[in-house]
Each structure stands twice: as C-alpha cells, then as structure tokens.
Design a protein around this ligand. Structure first.
Ligand SMILES: [Zn+2]
Length: 192
C-alpha cells in the first residue's frame, strides 16, 4: 500500500515512501531519498512523517494504542487483571503467544499484547503452529547441511521462500520472500 499521500507533502518527488503492515501486525517502511540535495534535517523530517503515517494507519486499524494507554504487566499482574492463574499466563508467554521482554524481574509484557492475543486467539494459534513448524524445518535443514542460512518451505504460503539465519545460541530469524505473505519469525534465546 502506498501511503505517500498521507504525508504532509505527498506530491514531492525527492523521495519514495511505501508503508505497509501485515495482518499479523508487522510494519515495514521503505523510504528512498532520490534528490541528493536533501539535507539531514529534511531526511529526518521525512522519516518522522513516514513513521507517523504508519503509526496513524496502525492505530486506525487497532494494531497500536497510544503510549499513554500502555501498561507493563507481569504474569501475576495479568492474572489479577484478566482472571486465570499466573501459571496459565506464564505458559502463554513461554509459548510465545503473547510477546514479552525478559527483564531482571522476569518476563514483562503489556496490556496491548495481552489484548492482542485475547482478540485474535485463532490467528495467534495459527501463527504459533506455523512458527513451530518453520523452526523445526530450519533446524532439520541446519542439521543436514550445517549452513547458518538457507531457504525452507514457508508454512504459511507453502512456497519455498522462507529465508532464514540460524545463529549461535539457537537464535533464529526468518522472513518469507513471497509477495503478500510476510511470514516472519524471530526466536527468543530461551524458546523451548
Ligand atoms: Zn510465506
């Protein structure tokens, strides 16, 4: 989707901007500066407007909330707020169904991510299933040829277009190159 017309000066010809986000909530921005006379300040201004346009589009579609509404939550905070046990939410975090950051006081997530899961359970379950399948075939591929990068079949679109990097510490990131697929995975180090 071209979002250039959502920028303040959408008819400018000194840069190209394409913003997009997928149904799984991944945002991407392509910004190419064409005119070499653009100053760093001009470029920063254009980048800021591009990010604002993508954020606004995502907010309109319900993918992001304003930072003012963002709250940090531990598994027991989620249990208090949304019901269920701490163990139940711990499991969902561990399975990657709710994104989190590891901190010295444990796994911390946000109300936005919890509500994102609650509102899209089926989609998230489908993603996690594909995530596990992709992780398995990447590891199998690695065991066979010992290369830290390669291409395997994408569990979402079934094309052999999922490019991956398999780094030390079992950290894997992968991205499907098929048009309109956008399947990605990025494992956390302690994923089991
Ligand atoms: Zn794909």
């Amino acid at each position: 989707m071209t979002m250039k017309n959502e920028l303040k000066n959408g008819d400018r010809t000194d840069f190209h901007f394409y913003g997009n986000f997928s149904s799984t909530g991944w945002a991407s921005i392509n910004l190419i500066f064409i005119d070499e006379s653009l100053t760093d300040d001009n470029k920063r201004q254009i980048l800021a407007e591009a990010l604002a346009a993508v954020s606004k589009r995502m907010a309109n579609k319900g993918y992001v909330k304003s930072m003012r509404d963002l709250e940090l939550l531990s598994a027991s905070d989620i249990a208090t707020r949304y019901g269920g046990t701490k163990q139940y939410w711990d499991k969902l975090l561990r399975e990657g169904k709710i994104p989190y950051k590891k901190t010295s006081s444990g796994k911390i997530t946000t109300n936005v991510w919890v509500e994102g899961y609650l509102g899209n359970k089926e989609e998230v379950d489908k993603y996690i299933k594909a995530f596990k399948a992709a992780r398995k075939s990447i590891i199998n591929n690695y065991d066979q040829n010992r290369k830290s990068y390669g291409i395997v079949r994408c569990p979402y679109c079934r094309n052999k277009t999922l490019g991956y990097n398999y780094n030390r510490g079992d950290h894997i990131n992968a991205l499907c190159r098929s048009t309109d697929c956008n399947f990605k995975l990025d494992t956390q180090d302690d994923y089991t």
